[in-house]
Write a protein that binds this ligand. Structure first.
Ligand code: GLN
Length: 469
């Protein structure tokens, strides 16, 4: 039986009816060839043990959303006793002694961890090319990138080597790879999901979320991982409650700034068509403006680099991580361990962030960026006084060829224009496929108010039927 196309609910009912076991499912996924290099490692032993336990729980009459369901985990999220590399030489052999809070929750739900998926080193990138372990390929066209940084998770879902996956999103890393691989990605509200046990990139923006085949699967996993966690003081007291929005009563805003600059015109046409289809179902579509969008990329790259330079400070190779045994003395060991342990992009951001936080420049850059962030957030708050949801493109262009932008970091940063604003404002957003053009997927973002996941998911499930992709 081919389980690769089945959704969580389909798998659950097969498990409950005794049509197949979780061990069978798990073996199927573990044995399926990873032809896109989506995984850094597979957890054969742990997965089969978890599957066996899930089968026992099901036999004893227990039921649960994720009981016995296979899931892949981005390799910057800690599972106790399983290598967690963040796709870096610096942590190539690092085995965490604790579980991330989302992992603890998923263990209780009875999910089965198939393996750890590839990413851009420390989640810095938009193509999954900067991984120490090599690039992941896009399952739709293997000459193209899967997007990043959660490209491994998106490629694993799209290629059917897992049912669903966890990713992390600091400036688009769940939504953009989901769009590039033609699958669904959910970036929750900042604080809706605990970050404890996620290797930090930029702590005021990072958020763990879901990549899945459809909106319902994203909702199921989100329900299971969200909520307050005492180990993350920024996590919110929040419990997810499903809702059912009537789309004929929905008012959706289209931000004009997202449809003028830099967007591929063929992509724009497809998105316009998809919006027209929503109109035919009674959705009210109005134009809105998010006037500070033009400052978003510079604000994002100043804030992330600053936080990156601080978060990366702990990787000195002295207590754990990559360490060069030939270092002459302590100072030399810092140079060797950090100079050789990190790749180019990570070092670029550490240098930039150290500069923007330095005594003479922090007022001009870092503090200024924090002030502008406030305006960007306020744009959204004002817009949401007029509309229920906002619809926007995910990426200005289609998945590009492997290597095409690898040598030009600035060009790569420009791709993040439509996703970083959401992180700066702390909002939830769904990325979902709406059309295909020459077999390449077109993604759309459905953005909601803070903690309005229920609404974007409910609308998303209905839009999915309308776009029928
Ligand atoms: N592409 C963005 C960056 O490189 C986003 C990364 C992310 O969301 N982790 O910063």
């Amino acid at each position: 039986m081919d389980y690769s196309l089945m959704t969580i609910k389909e798998l659950s009912s097969g498990l409950y009816d005794g049509k197949f076991s979780s061990v069978e499912l798990t073996e199927f996924f573990l044995n399926k060839e990873d032809s896109c290099s989506a995984y850094i490692s597979k957890n054969k032993e742990l997965a089969l043990e978890q599957a066996k336990r899930a089968d026992e729980r099901i036999k004893n009459g227990e039921r649960g959303d994720l009981l016995g369901i296979p899931i892949a985990i981005k390799d910057n999220i800690m599972i106790r006793g399983v290598k967690c590399t963040s796709a870096s030489l610096a942590l190539k052999d690092y085995t965490p002694p604790y579980d991330a809070s989302v992992i603890k929750k998923l263990k209780e739900s009875g999910a089965v961890f198939l393996g750890k998926t590839n990413l851009d080193e420390f989640a810095m990138g938009s193509s999954t090319e900067s991984s120490f372990f090599g690039a992941t390929l896009n399952p739709i066209d293997k000459t193209r990138v899967p997007g990043g940084s959660s490209g491994g998770s998106a490629a694993a879902v799209a290629s059917g080597t897992t049912t669903v996956a966890l990713g992390s999103d600091t400036g688009g890393s769940i939504r953009q790879p989901a769009a590039f691989c033609g699958v669904v990605g959910l970036k929750p509200t900042y604080g809706a999901v605990s970050r404890y046990g996620l290797a930090a990139m930029a702590s005021s923006l990072d958020q763990i979320g879901v990549i899945s085949k459809n909106v319902e699967d994203a909702e199921i996993v989100f329900k299971n991982i969200s909520g307050r966690d005492n180990l993350d003081s920024t996590s919110a007291d929040y419990s997810f409650k499903e809702c059912n929005v009537e789309i004929s009563k929905l008012k959706v805003g289209i931000p004009k700034e997202y449809f003028i600059d830099g967007i591929d015109l063929n992509m724009k046409k497809e998105i316009d068509k998809s919006i027209d289809e929503l109109r035919n179902f009674g959705v009210e579509v109005v134009d809105i403006s998010l006037p500070h969008t033009k400052y978003a990329l510079s604000t994002y790259y100043i804030i992330t680099s600053s936080e990156v330079s601080s978060n990366m400070g702990k990787y000195d190779g002295l207590r754990y991580g990559f360490s060069d045994d030939d270092a002459k003395d302590l100072i030399d060991s810092y140079f060797q361990n950090r100079g050789n342990g990190f790749g180019k992009e990570v070092k670029r951001r550490i240098i930039l962030g150290t500069h923007t936080l330095s005594a003479g420049y922090k007022d001009a850059y870092y503090k200024k960026a924090l002030e502008v962030r406030h305006f960007i957030r306020q744009d959204f708050i004002d817009a949401f006084k007029k509309v229920d949801l906002i619809i926007a493109p995910v990426s200005p262009s289609f998945p590009f060829k492997i290597g095409e932008k690898a040598t030009d970091p600035l060009e790569m940063y420009l791709l993040d224009i439509f996703t970083v604003t959401i992180n700066l404002a702390g909002l939830p957003a769904l990325s979902m496929p709406c059309k295909k053009l020459d077999n390449l997927p077109v993604g759309i973002q459905v953005i909601g108010k803070h903690f309005d996941e229920a609404k974007i998911l409910s609308a998303g499930k209905q839009f999915e039927k309308i776009w029928n992709i």
